[in-house]
Design a protein around this ligand. Sequence first.
Ligand code: FES
Length: 64
Amino acid sequence: MYVCMCYGVTDTAIRQAVTSNGVGNIRDLREQLQLGSQCGKCIQMAQQIIDATIIDESLFKDVG
Ligand code: FES
C-alpha cells in the first residue's frame, strides 16, 4: 500500500525503517525516506504506521 503517493513510499518501507533503522518519529523517517514534503497528506498516516510498528515491536520483544 502506498502511504506517500508523491514519492511512492509504501507502508512496508516505513515499517522497515522503524524495525531496521530505529526510526521513531516523522523527523527520523524523513531523514531516511523522502516523504511528506510535497503535499503533506501522508504525514498522519506515516505517523500511525510508525506508532503501530513500535507497539508491535515492543510486544514481540516481551515475548522473546
Ligand atoms: S503523499 Fe506524501 S507528500 Fe504527498
